[in-house]
Design a protein around this ligand. Sequence first.
Ligand code: F3S
Length: 297
Amino acid sequence: MKVELAKTAGFCFGVKRAVDMVYEEASIHKDVYTLGPIIHNDEVVADLEKKGVTTIRAMEELNDITEGTIIIRSHGVTKDVYDTIDKKGFKLLNATCPFVTKIHKVVKEQSDLGRTIIIVGNDKHPEVEGIKGWCGGNAIVIENAEEAHNLCLNLEKKVCIVSQTTFNYKKFEDLVEIISEKGYDILVLNTICNATEVRQNEARELAKRSDAMVVIGGKQSSNTQKLFEICKSECEDTYYIQTLSDLDLNQFKSFRSVGITAGASTPNNIIKEVHTRMSEMSFEQLLEESLVTIHNG
Ligand code: F3S
């Protein structure tokens, strides 16, 4: 069995930067808090907890804290959240991915210029919630073709379309086309992160040439879920696991090639464990086959 690990598996630049910032802060200071889990990965969050980092799940919890560092995760937050942290006098560590910060800047500028902001993405995703908070109350979120068709604005309205960084590029193009047909003055800014696109393309190609695929990532991670969907559409035998313990190696005995990829929030040590175990299994298979050959010979 050939085992191939995707080059782009694992932390993207923004997530790595955010996680490193939390570990560094926790190594120097006490009372370190992250606004929401720093990444969608239970193992990393649990490890950070052991190092004294507390996850804040709701803004009201800030009322119970008197001092410390509040870390904003890579998804970013609304402008109001910055203001609240500032008012309360906490130390603020901003781990918002620079690509997301760029979207905040653009939507603020464009909404100040009077454009209605259309965010193509999932309304419930924290990144989209954060972006909305920079649009001066002038944002509409669209996720699918039906919502794009139903969009009904005054024709005088000027519109600026941006995207959630992890949105599917093809779907974004389709939705932009539907909105473009409505005749508004439109400014389109493709804010899909290149890291996502490159990872998705590599996963698709790997799934095409593999008998089975393993996708590693937290169940809550939307980019891992998308990777799984892409791989599954190319390779029926695609398995979604969080850690090595979810992997049933017996399922892979009949495959000649297995590809491995992982979402942007999957730590390197988990990917390495899975890759190592599968490579060991492949070696054991080879050994068994050669022993059978020698025996028969
Ligand atoms: Fe940033 Fe792209 Fe990752 S937007 S958090 S580098 S997926």
